[in-house]
Every structure is written in structure tokens, then in C-alpha cells.
Design a protein around this ligand. Structure first.
Ligand code: FAD
Ligand code: SIN
Length: 523
């Protein structure tokens, strides 16, 4: 079946939904999501969204904090643009119904997180993401021009390649005509044609064994763009959140927000000693790369699987008031955070790299935009500052909306696109071939491409992944297409890009730390 839209949006997180709402008055919009509208990283965000909103704070301070966290790899013009656009985009969220907490004077109640020099995190208790997700979903469902396709899986971007032309990474003017999309229920592949396509597919956390990301985070958008010969960059900068709740049977790992350290919680080793000042003068509130590495060192020194986060010295009622979701979650596991230390461990959390975009969110493929975690704008550099990612997503969705509204009338749908070709394939009944390979990818990435890396570990990871790649491509070519085989292909592809770019970086910078090149190359 062929469907035609003015705007095709892949992803129902903050990036995809806010873009859709901003263009929907102009034309027909489709939003695809591979599970439910609500299931997205956005929905799980806890700490909040960073913005300068009080008189005593300054854009310059937020810019400096972002540049320091990014460890010399940020694009300063992008940093300024995003931070200066933050207040107006926060107002848009409020206009869509997002309820940020306020103090008794009616000002935003602001939290502080690692690497921030001031209190500037707007939040809704400790479940900011769910508040944003629900508000946007409601608006999306009310808009008559937006059609939602839940449980539809985008397989590949359609370009000149599908019209029989040879397309390489060096080919100029690659065009995006739309996307091939699988309806897993009917096993049919549909052709979605569009004038403009927005890639907003989120992150890659699922390539690691331990992650805070939900099951949708398999790097699909990044892999689609890479296969279509678009440019992907900075994939070596994978952020591990220092404090996920240690509960080995749970996937994804439950997050203990950094805002809790901003509130006064401190990290302690298994002997109960506060250890962070050994590593950084900012203590438990140092940027994430430093805190995660320090925890990793402490765990290796003591030979244990977790450290503690201690908030017991803070007033119990205040703690419950600020962090109700975390309080309830820990209590359900027998941990009363007002009296007990919380066992925590770093977990893969966020990808700083991704699909290269310019300041208007244009990718290197014509008529294809990208926003949110799947994109690489230059804001985060080598390490993202806490709560800058929801901000980046909403600012770039806005940029993409404004830019695409200018060009939409000049673009024609391409009616020559062929239907999906599945000749010569048969149904693969052996799910174990897929699930086992997925587990292997997680083990390879966690053991060899984690917080601390080395040449030897990266080479080993590369060689192991190459075997899985060949086996999976062979299986993909022979099998009727399924969501599971596509996701496996995508996590292998995303893992490959992380390893390849990590091998190319002959220094330690931000989130990429290797024992073979422990220092930074000075520019
Ligand atoms: P997502 O919200 O991840 O949405 C991705 C969408 O793409 C989903 O709808 C999915 O179904 C769809 N999709 C993916 N692949 C396909 C496909 N093949 N076909 C169809 N649809 C597809 N950031 C902050 O700034 N502040 C925070 O407090 C914060 N807390 C966080 C807490 C947790 C636990 C996590 C995991 C992340 C947190 N982050 C936070 C990071 C932030 O939430 C994410 O970076 C951001 O929400 C990503 O939004 P997005 O719109 O890019 O993608
Ligand atoms: C958190 O609440 O600690 C997560 C914030 C973020 O990832 O920016």
C-alpha cells in the first residue's frame, strides 16, 4: 500500500511530536512510532529541562557550563543558539499544557544538576518526561491534520538507490522520498511517501546490557541514515548516567535522577566513605563523565557491583515531596531512601553523537531533517550537560519546522518509487538466532566499549561484531522482514559505528576514555 503525506515524522518523543504540532496547520502529517505513542525515552525523563529563567542567572553561565562539560568539542555557535532559544521554547511547552513546578511566589521551582553553576532545571516533581509526553500526546490526538500510526516500524529511507541508481557516501544531492514501513501485525511493508521527513527516533541505549533506555532505543534512525549514505558523527561519545538503581533483574534500569545530588545527596563507597572529592573538587556534582568514571574506579578497587547514594541527611518529608516516584520505587524494593543508602551503578543513558545536522536540523540528505537524541547538532560535544537534551530536541524541532515550512511548497512527492521487494525471502521461525545475537551485542558493548576503553578491547569488539554483522545480513537477505531482525541489524550497525569512531579517536576526551591515550590532544 502507498500512502502520501506532506510531513512524515518518525518518532513520538519530544522531538517528533513538537515538530508535528508546529507544521500540522500547513499540511497532512503522519507520525509513526514502533510501539505506543507514549513509549519513548522522553516519557522516562526525570530531572527536567535546563533553561535560564531567573534574573540572577545568565545565558553566558549556561553557555560556559555546556562548553566545559563538552570538553572542547562543542560548536559554540550552536550552544549559544540553543541556550538563547530555551526560554521561548519553554513557553511553547507551557502553552501546550506542560505543568512545571512553581514555588509559593509563582516562579519556576528550579533544580540543580551536575556541571550546572546555578539552579536552572525546570521540572515536574521527578517525572518531568511523563508530564511532557502526556501533554504533547493530548495535543497530537486533538489535531485534525495529524494521523498517528502506532506499532508501525520504519525500515529504511527511500532514496535514488531504490530507483536503481548507485548511491555512495560521496554522492551529492541524495534525496529522501519517504520511508518503507512494516506493519508487524499484517507483516505487510507499506510505502510512505512524503515531501519532508523528520527523523526523531531517539537513542541507542539498548546496544548495552545495562541501560536506562526503554526497548525502543535501538538506533534505528541513525542506522537508516547511515545505510542511506547520510553522515553520522561523534558516535564514540556514549554517556553513562552515574546513578541507575542497582537491581540486576530489571531492564531498563531505573534512574535515580541527578537532581537528587543537586538537592544534596552524596555518593559513598561500600565502606560508607564519601569518595568523589578524591576525583574532582565539585564532588558528587561534577559532570557525568567524571562521576561515572570515578564510580567505575571505586567499584573496581573494591571488587563490587555498586556504590551508594546517600540522601538520608535531608529532611524526610522534603525528600518525599521532591522525589515521590523514586521514593515509591525504592520502597517497593524494601529501600526507604529517607533512612537507607540507595545502591547505584552507572548505566548507558544517552548518545551525544548521531545524524549530522546543520543549525536548521537539515541532515546531509535532502528533505530529511533530524532532531532529538538521534541527531548530532554540536551542542553536547564530548559530553552532554544534564537536562540539555530535552532542550536541544525542542529547539531543533522548532528550527526544522520553520525551515521546512519555507520549502514545503516547492517539493513534489516522487511517484516513481517502487514497492518493497521481498522476492526470494521466506519466514524465519528461529527467533533464537535473533535473541542470542542481541545478547551477544550487549555483552560485547558493555565489556569492551564501556566507560573505560583500550585499543585491545575495541579491536576485540570490532572483530566479534563483524561476525554477528555477516550472520545477520545473511539472515536478513533470506528472511521475510520482521521488526526483530530489523532491530538486530540496527543495534549491530549502531554498535559498529560506536566502535569504529572510538578506534579513530586517538585521545581521551569527555565520554571517550581510553587507557592507551589517557590525555587530550590539544587543539
Ligand atoms: P524518544 O523520546 O526516545 O522517542 C523516540 C521515538 O522514536 C519513539 O516514539 C519510538 O517509537 C520511535 N521510533 C524509534 N525507532 C523507530 C522505528 N524504526 N520506526 C518507528 N518509530 C520508531 N534528558 C533531559 O534533558 N532531562 C532529563 O531529565 C532526562 N532524563 C532522562 C531519564 C531517562 C530514564 C532517560 C532514558 C533519558 C533521559 N533524558 C533526559 C534524555 C531524554 O529523555 C532523551 O534524550 C529525549 O527524550 C529523546 O527524545 P527524542 O524525541 O529524541 O526520542
Ligand atoms: C536525570 O534526571 O538525572 C537525567 C537528566 C538527564 O539525562 O539530562
Amino acid at each position: 500500500m502507498v500512502r502520501k503525506f506532506d510531513f512524515l515524522v518518525i518518532g513520538s518523543g519530544i522531538a517528533g511530536m513538537s515538530f508535528a504540532l508546529k507544521v500540522a496547520d500547513k499540511g497532512k502529517v503522519a507520525i509513526l512510532c514502533k510501539t505506543k505513542l507514549e513509549e519513548a525515552n522522553t516519557n522516562l525523563a526525570q530531572g527536567g529541562i535546563a533553561s535560564v529563567t531567573k534574573l540572577t542567572d545568565k545565558f553566558e553561565n549556561h553557555v560556559n557550563d555546556t562548553l566545559i562539560a563538552g570538553d572542547g568539542a562543542c560548536d559554540e555557535a550552536v550552544v549559544r543558539m540553543v541556550i538563547e532559544n530555551a526560554p521561548s521554547q519553554i513557553q511553547e511547552l507551557v502553552h501546550w499544557g506542560v505543568d512545571f513546578d512553581k514555588d509559593e511566589k509563582g516562579n519556576f521551582d528550579l533544580h540543580k544538576e551536575g556541571g550546572h553553576s546555578d539552579f536552572r532545571i525546570l521540572h515536574h516533581k521527578d517525572s518531568t518526561g511523563a508530564e511532557i509526553q502526556h501533554s504533547l500526546v493530548k495535543r497530537i490526538q486533538e489535531h485534525p491534520n495529524i494521523e498517528v500510526f502506532e506499532n508501525y516500524f520504519a525500515i529504511d529511507i527511500i532514496t535514488q538507490h531504490h530507483l536503481g541508481q548507485l548511491v555512495k557516501h560521496t554522492t551529492p544531492n541524495i534525496e529522501c522520498y519517504g520511508v518503507y514501513v512494516l506493519n508487524p501485525k499484517t507483516r505487510r511493508v507499506h510505502t510512505f511517501l512524503s515531501k519532508v521527513t523528520m527523523m526523531a527516533t531517539g537513542g541507542i541505549g539498548q546496544i548495552y546490557q545495562t541501560t536506562t533506555n526503554p526497548s525502543i532505543a535501538t538506533g534505528d534512525g541513525i542506522s537508516m541514515v547511515y545505510r542511506a549514505k547520510g553522515i553520522v558523527k561523534d558516535m564514540e561519545f556514549v554517556q553513562f548516567h552515574p546513578t541507575s538503581l542497582y537491581n540486576p533483574s530489571e531492564r531498563p534500569s531505573f534512574l535515580i535522577t541527578e537532581a537528587m545530588r543537586g538537592y544534596g545527596a552524596v555518593l559513598r563507597n561500600r565502606k560508607g566513605e564519601e569518595f568523589m572529592y578524591k576525583y574532582d573538587k565539585r564532588g558528587s556534582l561534577a559532570p557525568r563523565d567524571i562521576v561515572a568514571r570515578s564510580i567505575d574506579t571505586e567499584m573496581k578497587l573494591a571488587g563490587c557491583d555498586y556504590v551508594y547514594l546517600d540522601v538520608t541527611h535531608k529532611p524526610a518529608e522534603e525528600t518525599k515531596e521532591h522525589f515521590p516516584m523514586i521514593y515509591d520505587k525504592c520502597l517497593s524494593l524494601g529501600i526507604d531512601i529517607t533512612k537507607d543508602y540507595i545502591p547505584v551503578v552507572p548505566a548507558a543513558h544517552y548518545l551525544c553523537g548521531g545524524i549530522k545536522v546543520d543549525m536548521n536540523a537539515r541532515t546531509t540528505i535532502n528533505h530529511l531533517y533530524a532532531a532529538g537524541e538521534c541527531s548530532c547538532t554540536g551542542l553536547h560535544g564530548a559530553n552532554r550537560l544534564a537536562s540539555n537534551s530535552l532542550l536541544e530536541a525542542i529547539v531543533y524541532a522548532d528550527k526544522a519546522a520553520k525551515d521546512s515550512l519555507k520549502i514545503i511548497d516547492s517539493i513534489k512527492i516522487n511517484d516513481d518509487v517502487p514497492l518493497w521487494n521481498d522476492a526470494g525471502t521466506s519466514l524465519n521461525e528461529e527467533m533464537v538466532l535473533i535473541t542470542q545475537s542481541e545478547k551477544e551485542v550487549g555483552q560485547i558493548m558493555s565489556n569492551y566499549v564501556g566507560i573505560v576503553r583500550s585499543n585491545l578491547r575495541l579491536k576485540r569488539a570490532f572483530d566479534r561484531l563483524e561476525i554477528l554483522y555477516k550472520e545477520t545480513e545473511d539472515l536478513f537477505d533470506r528472511s521475510v522482514v520482521t521488526k526483530e531482525i530489523c532491530e538486530l541489524r540496527n543495534i549491530i550497525n549502531a554498535g559498529y559505528l560506536v566502535i569504529k569512531m572510538a578506534m579513530e579517536r586517538k585521545e581521551s576526551r569527555g565520554l571517550h576514555y581510553t587507557i592507551d591515550y589517557p590525555t587530550k590532544i590539544e587543539c
